[in-house]
Design a binder for this molecule. Structure first.
Ligand SMILES: [Zn+2]
Ligand SMILES: [Zn+2]
Length: 159
């Protein structure tokens, strides 16, 4: 295993298939590399994905386990297997808690939380699954006001 993470964002969306997709956790101790192709991307609104991401839905990419290579920090990767789930598991960095790719309980599929990938991708979300389980407070982010960074600090005083 001699590959190094590219630090220069050379993985970009192009017509050419990128050589690899690099990923990492928030603290940077765990890094990984995925060989193409990325097979499917979708949002999952199930209750388990909400818990594990702490967010409205997971943004997951699916690959085969043969496409995943841990570049550094594999010993920090902790796996959680939900006792009631047939396929579902989760993986995270035991130092910073970031979600990381996990292999399904029965099969060779690896589910990659898209947020752990650092460069550009050549895939977009295709669909919402477990839509009927979505959070009661879920609202499509496109419907909300957008600020380039933080919103202005002081709200206008009420009349
Ligand atoms: Zn970490
Ligand atoms: Zn889910």
């Amino acid at each position: 295993m001699s590959s190094k993470i590219n630090q220069d964002n050379t993985t970009s969306i192009t017509d050419n298939e990128p050589q690899a997709f690099d990923g990492s956790c928030l603290c940077g101790q765990v890094s990984l590399r995925i060989t193409p192709p990325l097979k499917l991307m979708q949002y999952c609104h199930c209750a388990r994905c909400r818990k594990v991401t702490g967010s409205a839905h997971a943004s997951n990419i699916y690959i085969d386990k043969s496409q995943l290579q841990w570049v550094s920090g594999e010993a920090l990767v902790k796996r959680f297997e939900h006792p009631d789930a047939k396929y579902y598991a989760a993986a995270f960095c035991s130092n910073c808690g970031s979600s990381l790719p996990w292999q399904v309980k029965q099969g060779d599929t690896v589910v990659v939380p898209a947020g752990c990938l650092d460069g550009k991708l050549n895939i977009e979300p295709k669909q919402n699954i477990y839509w009927d389980s979505r959070a009661c407070w879920f609202k499509d982010s496109g419907e909300l006001p957008k600020f380039a960074e933080l919103p202005p600090r002081k709200p206008k005083p009420a009349e």
